[in-house]
Design a protein around this ligand. Structure first.
Ligand code: UTP
Length: 288
């Protein structure tokens, strides 16, 4: 199974990120010096994928623009001799090829993926949610793509979550067939706390065959009246089998304020030119 395309839905309202996301997509909020969506896209690029299908909505054009040239800005930076900044700005335009697909009503993640049927066509593809990213060597989507290619099966990315948080995720159970790779035997969307001993949560990374569109097309709205991707995944897993890959690395959900704020500090501390001053200020404010 060769994966060339990734679908990244970015059409949601971002209500948890208001008022910051009133006029700026939450996917464009900065995590240190890059918008959230660039962290997501760089994870896809590390997995060897450069064809990106963004599922957008009104006021999200700025996301596509971020991955395009800004020739006027490039001229200003060239004239000012700011070569390092010029490279960074140009790199974002050259890292991926973009297709934009419109989701006209925000009917859920499953619906967002269904909107890409014509753009994806008849080949396996990856899905990444646009507000969630994983950092770490070889961590994240790369692990899923490798497993899908090796076993020729659909794959979801999972992480262990505390038992009192399982009601926020699609949860899976399965037999471990290789280190960190599970053959899924059970999948349930947002189970009530205490109703399952499943510990592995699906966290926004998938490699799927194009058959998933048939399942989505005939699926009924589920939890919250939205077309849930997990409902179609569960049906596909039952019919064809599916793997779960336990992802390494650190995951940040930028739609959650604690994760978002931690991500900013985490990436700030990675930058040697900032580290000492940032630590000193955090200490002075008695924050660490
Ligand atoms: P979320 O549920 O985290 O995003 O969906 P949201 O609905 O925008 O945010 P809140 O919960 O109101 O704060 C994960 C990803 O799926 C996209 C979102 O843009 C986000 O990147 N999404 C969600 C869509 O593209 N379409 C939808 O109908 C729902």
């Amino acid at each position: 199974m060769r994966v060339r395309k990734v679908v990244i839905p970015v059409a949601g309202w971002g209500t948890r990120s208001l008022p910051a996301s009133k006029n700026i997509p939450k996917e464009m909020l900065p995590v240190y010096d890059k918008p959230v969506i660039q962290h997501v896209v760089e994870e896809a690029v590390r997995a060897g994928i450069r064809d990106v299908v963004f599922v957008t909505s009104r006021n999200k054009a700025v996301i596509g623009d971020h991955f395009d040239y800004n020739l006027q800005l490039e001229e200003v930076l060239t004239k000012a001799g700011k070569a390092a900044l010029l490279r960074k700005v140009r790199d974002t335009a050259e890292m991926i090829d973009v297709i934009e697909v419109r989701q006209k009503k925000q009917l859920g993640l499953g619906h967002a993926v269904l909107c890409t049927r014509a753009a994806v066509g008849n080949e396996p593809f990856a899905v990444m949610v646009g507000d969630d990213f994983i950092t770490g060597d070889g961590a994240g989507l790369e692990q899923l793509v490798q497993a899908a290619e090796k076993y020729n099966m659909p794959v979801v990315g999972v992480m262990e979550v505390p038992a009192d948080r399982i009601d926020r995720y699609g949860m899976v159970k399965g037999d471990e067939i290789a280190d960190g790779i599970f053959r899924i035997s059970e999948m349930v969307e947002k189970p009530a706390v205490g109703t399952t001993d499943a510990k592995l949560a699906i966290v926004g990374r998938y490699v799927l065959p194009s058959d998933i569109f048939d399942y989505l097309d005939t699926s009924e709205p589920g939890h919250g009246g939205e077309l849930q991707l997990t409902d179609s995944l569960a049906a596909l897993a039952k019919d064809r089998g599916m793997l779960a890959v336990r992802m390494k690395g650190i995951r940040f959900d930028a739609g959650d304020w604690v994760d978002y704020l931690c991500a900013n500090i985490f990436f700030g501390l990675q930058d040697e030119s900032l580290r000492a001053a940032l630590r000193e200020k955090l200490q002075r404010l008695a924050l660490i």
